[in-house]
Ligand binder design. Structure first.
Ligand SMILES: *Cc1c(COP(=O)(O)O)cnc(C)c1O
Length: 400
């Protein structure tokens, strides 16, 4: 099939996300002396402002050239040792991959396998930690927003479990597809390590793996013996103190980050979160109007950054994706691994607004219809439009 590429690329995958013009322009900079004595005047405010995004006063922030996956690896290798017992759970592709990485590094993973569409298994975590009287479990791992299934888990509940049991395990959180789109409160939730990447909520190209680490975890890193070199917190901290880096930083991406942070603060973080809820809610109402279901099993788990939509029995979501891509120049997110063929996803995070969401819904309707799925054209769009009407907004949020 020949792809129709005229018009704008409809990009509705949950990362990389659409890049604001301000950010794209900021990326275009001449090469810069990264050892210049005043380089820190540019870089130190980036660390300070990332703390605002993570909502932490005291954490150390690390900016690695890499992606979210590098952030996972930095967390594991700087804070743990071979044979360390850790508690993890999987309920989607990303949480599964973090477990896999921990196992490859030789950690002793207590792995709670959860049905895809559900979230962090609080009861299991509580039971397992309760039995761990000797505090053998060194780390507790959580995927805040499982991008494969569109499930957000409540991090505060995990902190409550640790506090109730007075358990000292480090709380490590994958927030790659939530930071800067869904509220994240590192200090309030007592998170010890949080990982994100540049190409999701931060609306940048891929290329930065960003990690924030609590002082408690920083203090423990000397005891951790996994080898680390490129992703060493120690090396970074030595140079970051003056705003420099142990090796050549991705300077143009740092300029993009500056623009992205300015863009976020201009709207206001709370407004950014609110917008994401509004757009997500509209998508969810659209899906309901189609008579289809989300992969996420419970409204309390619905993600404000991505929705995974289950196609009816007998249909292949891959065909919907192809129709959308080739005929309508619209990229929707694919079903990954266990849910391949079963779901397609709409990424509604980052530089996104109401009319863009309607574009995604209208395109998804066309693509589904092309594949023979019986939905009523315009039904999802109309349902979403209803939620955008000024008069409906306030009451909808109260009712949800
Ligand atoms: C995208 C994503 C990752 C992987 O990040 P990369 O930047 O692709 O390495 C990890 N976790 C979640 C939840 C993600 O959405």
């Amino acid at each position: 099939m020949i792809r129709n590429t005229s018009g704008n690329n409809g990009l509705f995958i949950p990362g990389p996300t659409n890049i604001p013009d301000q950010v794209r322009q900021a990326l275009n900079v001449a090469s810069q002396d990264m050892r210049a004595p005043d380089f820190g005047e540019f870089t130190l405010p980036l660390f300070r402002d990332l703390k605002r995004v993570f909502k932490t006063e005291s954490a150390e922030v690390f900016i690695f050239p890499g992606s979210g996956t590098a952030g996972w690896e930095a967390t594991l290798t700087n804070l743990f040792s071979v044979g360390d017992k850790v508690l993890m759970s999987s309920f989607g592709q990303f949480s599964t991959l973090w477990v896999d990485m921990a196992q490859r590094f030789g950690l002793d993973v207590e792995h709670c396998k959860v049905e895809w569409g559900l979230g962090v298994p609080f009861e299991d975590y509580r039971r397992i930690l309760e039995q761990d009287k000797e505090h053998k479990i060194k780390g507790l791992f959580v995927c805040h927003n499982e991008t494969a299934t569109g499930v957000t888990s409540d991090i505060k509940q995990v902190r409550t479990i640790l506090d109730d049991l007075n358990h000292p395990a480090l709380l490590c959180v994958d927030a790659v597809s939530s930071v800067a789109a869904i509220d994240f409160r590192m200090d309030e939730w007592g998170v010890d390590a949080v990982v994100t990447g540049s190409q999701k909520g931060l609306m940048m190209p891929t290329g930065l793996g960003i990690v924030a680490v609590s002082q408690k975890a920083i203090a423990l890193r000397a005891q951790a013996t996994l080898p680390r070199s490129f992703l060493s917190f120690d090396d970074m901290m030595k140079h970051n103190a003056t705003g420099h880096f142990p090796y050549t930083p991705a300077t143009s991406l740092l300029h993009g980050l500056r623009a992205s942070l300015d863009f976020l603060f201009e709207e206001g973080l709370e407004n950014v979160f609110d917008r994401h809820w509004r757009l997500a809610h509209a998508v969810r109402c659209g899906v309901e109007a189609w008579g289809l279901e989300l992969c996420a099993k419970d409204p309390a788990l619905y993600s404000d950054t991505v929705s995974a939509i289950v196609v009816p029995e007998g249909f292949d979501s891959g065909e919907v994706l192809k129709a959308a891509y080739y005929r309508y120049n619209l990229s929707l997110g694919s079903g990954l691994s266990k849910v391949a063929g079963k779901v397609f996803r709409i990424g509604h995070l980052g530089n996104m607004n109401e009319i863009m969401v309607l574009q995604a819904l209208a395109g998804a309707e066309l693509a589904m219809k092309d594949c023979g799925i019986q939905i009523e054209l315009g039904s999802g769009v109309a349902a979403a439009q209803e939620t955008f009407l000024l008069n409906n907004r306030v009451s909808l949020k109260q009712a949800a």
